[in-house]
Design a protein around this ligand. Structure first.
Ligand code: FES
Ligand code: FES
Length: 124
């Protein structure tokens, strides 16, 4: 059903397995953002010496939002904030391989949510 609506097998797999969904009891940064659609993401970061040691996210949203958020968390683990800030919507889209055109803004919500956390940790 999802593949017929324009999701790649990779994106569907992230949506089904939800590898980085959840919270972190020992997070030292928690940030939440709601998109225009009403979908909401809450990111949990565990920072050690300026490195993102662990990252999880809770997503109340569509398959596009969930799969994009899973990829975003996977990408930032082990990065510095400076490195993680460079991740673009396009980078996440490439890892998802394909999601429907009308779902591109779901990727934006994932990127905006994690950047909100980065800004709250170290303002630009
Ligand atoms: Fe716009 Fe999700 S539909 S942020
Ligand atoms: Fe809301 Fe995807 S439709 S973030």
């Amino acid at each position: 059903m999802l593949s017929e609506s324009g999701y790649s097998d990779t994106a569907i797999d992230y949506y089904i397995k939800q590898p980085n969904m959840g919270s972190l009891a020992d997070a030292n940064q928690i940030s939440e953002l709601t998109g225009q659609c009403g979908d909401t993401m809450k990111v949990y970061l565990k920072m050690t010496d300026n490195i993102i040691e662990d990252a999880k996210i809770q997503v109340l949203g569509c398959p596009g939002a969930i799969s994009a958020a899973m990829v975003a968390m996977e990408m930032i683990k082990g990065m510095t904030i400076k490195e993680a800030r460079k991740i673009t919507d396009r980078d996440i889209f490439r890892r998802l391989v394909e999601i429907p055109d009308q779902k591109q803004h779901c990727i934006r919500l994932a990127v905006k949510t994690m950047n909100k956390a980065f800004d709250e940790i170290s303002p630009l």
